[in-house]
Ligand binder design. Structure first.
Ligand code: PLP
Length: 370
């Protein structure tokens, strides 16, 4: 029997708007539509959640990354090291401040390859920008150690890492200043765009609060030329409510992922990443390497199962990556992975029958085509 297994959970998550409407009415009445108490309330809640001193909300995750790099004075002539398998914005943010992107290959968990990272550091390296890709984390302790030795900064792209843990420490608490996204497909999401920067550094926080809001000291006075990167209060209401559900969402995704892990590890055509001890993943994405990926993807789709590929082309082989001089074979691990990577639906609204149906269908495929 065919069961539908959708990838998209948003219509289910936002089916009942009543919890938000009450707050939105209060917001409308207050007409505090630019920053103000609703935004501040969320910023406080999020910095408490992470255990960091300062949270500065932004209009999206991409701008959060750009603000991080700008706050450290990254500029043309500087180099920033990041991983080639990430969302476009990681590299786009580096380009936006005029710095040179140095791509590093992946490891067997599709994270930044730390052994190879060391070799990319030179006198112009200003920042290492590791990504918590898919809601899993690279070994941040090792990255910090390398950065400290060379006196360079670490900025975390924690856009997918909200709620993860590495030995009890959360993404966003390792780097000097770090970025999050609340895009609809992240673990903590709003109805559109939103993001945050977090830091324990007072000087950076003070600069960023002003820069994000035109450099304003008050209505009549500015400190320096700034920009408008403000989070919408309408979204802050959603973010504050959803933050309360975050632990439950991550737990449910972990339950689903465990069932996948247990069953899919037995299939010889499937290669899943290690789950190192002490790492809590959020399973923003449940990824694995699947032989005959494209054919399997089609087969699953025909059987009602929606999957995605994150991503079929690593960043260094995209058009602007090639302009930097990268070619086929430049970063071979990620290139090989990109041909077999598949992301299965793992979201919090799936039930056991749906998960088991996905497993059964994958098994059926390999029986038929192996
Ligand atoms: C989503 C994402 C971003 C960008 O966030 P937006 O809020 O969509 O701008 C950046 N980096 C990574 C790793 C992401 O997953």
């Amino acid at each position: 029997m065919k069961i539908k297994v959708p990838f998209n959970y948003l219509p289910l998550q936002f089916k009942n708007l009543n919890p938000y409407i009450k707050q939105w009415k209060l917001l409308a009445k207050s007409s505090e539509f630019t920053l103000g108490p609703f935004v501040e309330k969320f910023e406080k809640a999020f910095s408490n959640y992470l255990g960091v001193k300062y949270c500065i909300s932004t209009n999206n995750g991409t701008d959060a990354l750009i603000l991080c790099l700008k706050s450290l004075g990254v500029r043309p002539g500087d180099e920033v090291i990041t991983v080639t398998n990430s969302f476009y914005a990681t590299a786009g943010a580096i380009a936006a401040v005029g710095a040179k992107i140095k791509f590093v290959d992946t490891d067997s968990r599709y994270q930044i390859n730390i052994d190879m990272l060391k070799k990319k550091i030179n006198k112009r390296t200003k920042v290492i920008l590791p990504v918590h890709w898919g809601g899993a984390s690279p070994n941040m302790f090792k990255i910090l150690k390398i950065a400290r030795k060379k006196s360079i900064h670490v900025v975390e792209d924690a856009c997918m890492g909200i709620g993860a843990k590495i030995k009890k420490k959360r993404p966003g608490t390792f780097g000097i200043v770090n970025a999050f996204s609340m895009h609809p497909l992240k673990s903590l999401n709003v109805m559109g765009d939103g993001g945050m920067v977090v830091t324990n550094n007072k000087k950076i926080a003070m600069w960023m609060r002003r820069y994000r809001n035109h450099g304003m000291i008050n209505r009549d006075k500015i400190d320096f030329w700034g920009v408008n990167n403000r989070l919408q209060p309408f979204q802050a209401v959603i973010a504050a409510k959803e933050l309360k559900n975050l632990t439950k969402i991550i737990n449910k995704r972990n339950v689903n992922a465990k069932i996948y892990d247990r069953n899919l590890r037995k299939i010889k055509n499937v290669n899943l990443p290690d789950r190192p001890k002490g790492y809590l993943e959020t399973f923003a994405l449940y990824m694995g390497l699947f032989k005959k990926r494209d054919k399997l993807k089609k087969y699953l789709y025909m059987n009602g199962i929606e999957t995605k590929v994150h991503y079929p082309t690593p960043l260094h082989l995209q058009k602007p990556g090639k302009k930097l001089g990268y070619r086929n074979g430049s970063l071979p691990i990620s290139e090989k992975q990109s041909k077999e990577l598949l992301t299965l639906p793992v979201h919090q609204y799936l039930n056991k029958d749906q998960i088991n149906y996905v497993i059964k269908t994958i098994k059926k495929f390999y029986k038929k085509y192996d």
